[in-house]
Every structure is written in C-alpha cells, then in structure tokens.
Design a protein around this ligand. Sequence first.
Ligand code: ADP
Length: 545
Amino acid sequence: MLRGLMMDRPLLVSSVIDYAADAYPDVEIVSQTVEGGLHRYGYRAARGRIGRLANALLGLGIKPGDRVATLAWNGHRHFELYYAIAGIGAVCHTINPRLFPDQISYIANHAEDTALFFDLTFLPLVEKLAPALKSVRTFALMTDHAHMPANGQLNDLLCYEGLVEEMNPHIEWPEFDENAACALCYTSGTTGEPKGVLYSNRSMLLHSLFLTATRADLFAHNRRILPVVPLFHANAWSLPYITPMTGCTLIFPGARLDGPALYDLMEREKAEAGWGVPTVWLGLIDEFRKRGRKPPHLRQILSGGSAVPQAMIDTLIRDWDIEVTHGWGMTEMSPVGSLTLLRPEERAKPHLERAQLVAKQGRRMFGVDLKVIDEKGRRAPADGETSGELYVRGAAVVSGYYKNEEATRRQVDAEGWFGTGDVAKITPDGWLVIVDRTKDLVKSGGEWISSIDVENAAMACQGLAQCAVIGVPHPKWHERPLLVAVKAPGANPTKTEILDTLARKVAKWQLPDDVVFVDTLPMTATGKISKKDLRARFADYKLPA
Ligand code: ADP
C-alpha cells in the first residue's frame, strides 16, 4: 500500500459550531422556551454561550469521557449542551424523559452519569429520582435565576444561566482522537432492556455528511426546519449537527407538541420543513383540516421511526402540497439507514404512484451497506420478493453496545454486520421495503403476515385516524391478525365496513379476524404505537370463530 500524504486531522464535533459561527453568524436558532416566550439568536451568539458553558463544565470538574446527562425538550440550552459537552471531550447522554422513572434511573446508573442537566418541567421528577441516581454529583436546572425554586429538595442545585453568565466565552477546543465518544443514547427498550449506543465524534460527523450527501436538497442554506423529533431521540436524527454545517435555521418547539401549538409556531416562524415520527403529524393534519389551510411556508415533512402510512403520505402530497421524505433507521445507525430518493422519472409520476413509492422505506443512504439474509442463512437477491433479516454495515453503525457484551454477541454477526431485527426485502431498483419488525410479524400457520401492509391497507379505509395490527393467539393457526383502530373525529365506520374494504385490498389469509375500536393506542417513549403493550392487552382476546 502507498499511504496518501494528506493531513490526518481529527473529525471533531466542536469544528461544526466554530464553522457555523464563521459562516452563518446571523442564521437563527429560535426556541419556544419552557418558561414561556421565544428565545432567538444566531450561530455566532450560540457559539459564545457554548464557550461559556464549556468553561463552566470544566470548572465543575467534568473530564474527558465523563457522561453528562440531559432530561430536556428541544430548545437552545439543550443544543448548547450538545456542543459544550462534546467540545471538551465528554459525552452528552440524552435521556428520554418519557421513560418510566425506573428506566431512567437504570439508564443513568448504567451509564454512570456524573452530572444531570434538566428542564424546569422535570424538576419534580428529578427530585424524586435523585436518591436513586448513584453517580450523579452535579444537578443543574436549565433555567434563569427568576425561575429557580425557592425551597427545592435538591441540595446545591445549580442554575444554568448562573453558570453561563459568570464564564468567559473564549475557549480553545482541545484536540483529541476523533474516535473519542461524544454522545450516548439508550434504545427505548420497546424490544427488551435499554441498550446504550455510544457515538464517536467521527461517526457523528460522518453520519451528518452522509445524510447531507444523499439528500443535500433537504438542507438548503437558510431552510427553516422545525425538529419535532426530540434531541433525546437518536440525536434528533442529526439535525443539530447538519443545520450548523449547512446554514439552516432551527426552530425548536419546546414542550408543546400538540397540533395547534405546532401549527401556530410553524406559521409564526415561517417553518418550511418539519421532522418527526408519523404520530406527530396526525394532530397537525387535523389542524390543517380545522383551519382549512396549512402554515403557508410548510413544503416538506420528513418522517420515519415507524412506517409512514401511505394514506398519510397521499393526503400530504395531494391535499396540502407537502413533499414527504420517508426515512428508515435505528438508534444503532446514528440513526438513518435509508430514505426517499426519487429519480426524475419517479418524481414525475401522478401523486398516488408517488405516494406508493414514498411509502417504501427509501433507498440506502450513502455510507450504509445493506444485506438481507433469508431463512436458510443465505444472502437474498434484490428481487423485491425474497425477504429476510436485514443486516447493516457502515462507519456510523454500532460495532457493539455500551457495556453489554451479551447483546453485542446477539446482534453482530461473524463478519461484523449488525442485525437490525427487521424483516425486509430490496427491489431490483434499490428500494428498501421493511416488511415488519421480526417481533411484530403475525405468524399465521406457515405464513407471515406483515402488520405494516395490513395497516397501510386499513388506513386507506374512510373514517380511521390510526390503527395497528397485532397477532393474537389462535388454537389452529398459532396467531391471527387483529385490527385495533381509532376512529377519526366525527366518523363512525363499522367493523363490517372496514373488513369489506380491506377484503378488496389484501389476500384472504391476511384479512384480520376481527376489528376492535379503542379511544387511543398506547405509545412508546419515542412516540410510536406500542405493539408490545397492545399484545399484552389483547393476549386473552377471543377471536370470533
Ligand atoms: P426504539 O425501539 O427505541 O424505538 P429506534 O427508534 O432505534 O428504537 O427504532 C428502530 C426501529 O424502528 C427499526 O428497527 C424499525 O423496526 C422501526 N422503524 C424505523 N423507521 C421505520 C420505517 N420508516 N418503517 C418501518 N419501521 C421503521
């Protein structure tokens, strides 16, 4: 081998915010604050506060490699923590506040977090949790002096603004190995115990560059993007790293994520794009209908984390002239694996055909390799027919879980590919189709029924707002599908109407044996329909004979 003669400079997260301060000093970050009101500043001012915060962290004795936890919404202070923590070589551990308190303390103890920064909303939670957090020495409330509790239960509770205002904004970022960890996320444990994914400076920068390379159009300079996806859900899908690189405006929604609040913020701040899991768009689309219009600048929605129903894609494209990008990925992949990538001839198709394509999970992102392994352990051809477990490989994919060798052994194969636990197929022209999570497939007789396929067909029926298909035990077939559905506001479809419509769309053996209407579906901490909870709820359900 002849070695290249280029500089071996480390890829560090700190370089991103320095670049934004130089290149886009006035491009804004707008935040709906937890205290009320909007906060706004440009990337240069953000860099100044990040420098102050980093100096404060050093003063608190935070060392390289230390895990610093957050329990916070999407806002400017959370963004500042991302960069200040990573900048000094420590690890920003974003914890999902929607988890059960026991899970939060399990995760914080497993990660051995030394400090915890949290929003005002979570003060009661943290006061309750504090005795169980064994390694946390520093508690800091992400607010100003005026909102500090008068007689709180936490000793030595620090005030974020107090920390920041006392410090010098100047800091020379230390230089270290690009493989040093910078962030930590635990999977929400929808399929088992929470497992830690420890990202490196290098993987984070590469993932951001891969995503930008694959869909540069999503990040055009000055694009105004509203991440509904939380900073605690797989790094908000890399948005906090990409937008400072490409000069996009970030609009952080804070704690209010309901349809009316999102609509108003989008309208006021001229949001052009929104990012989030499919369930968050239900409330927003409802609001479009009520007001008879959409926020005037909104042109793009990026959704993923679970299958985006084709009916939703169709409505957004046809009725609201909103382009939908559908992504697939997982926390373990930083998180994007594939996303909608339409070729010119596909883009020109009528909206229904386009919606059909967008309902697939996209084409692989640059930097991600995919392989499908069939039941016999062979690599399946990309024929759009043969399905099997999907394996992935890439510079931003986990090589193993944090302090969990057993889970690593289970999920990483002999050649170093990561097993996703998803069943998939790939079409000859490169579309990835996620058939289902292995655990969510309905195993009926010798056949597998894709809950995603049946849900897509059901959502095309009039009068349904949301639905899920789960397998329930059956004496003869092992499992049969049950459709659990929520009616749309003001609609009253009957079981027979739904099943009759469905019978025209899916094969007879895939047709649910029954339909149950419920008021709401259980959600996971990341806003996905929790099929684990649904299966538990309907474990003893008697299907009609
Ligand atoms: P958690 O299990 O904690 O919610 P992730 O957010 O990492 O963790 O979830 C990743 C899983 O979500 C994937 O393995 C896949 O099963 C599912 N998923 C993500 N995006 C999609 C999509 N576009 N279509 C279908 N399933 C998806």
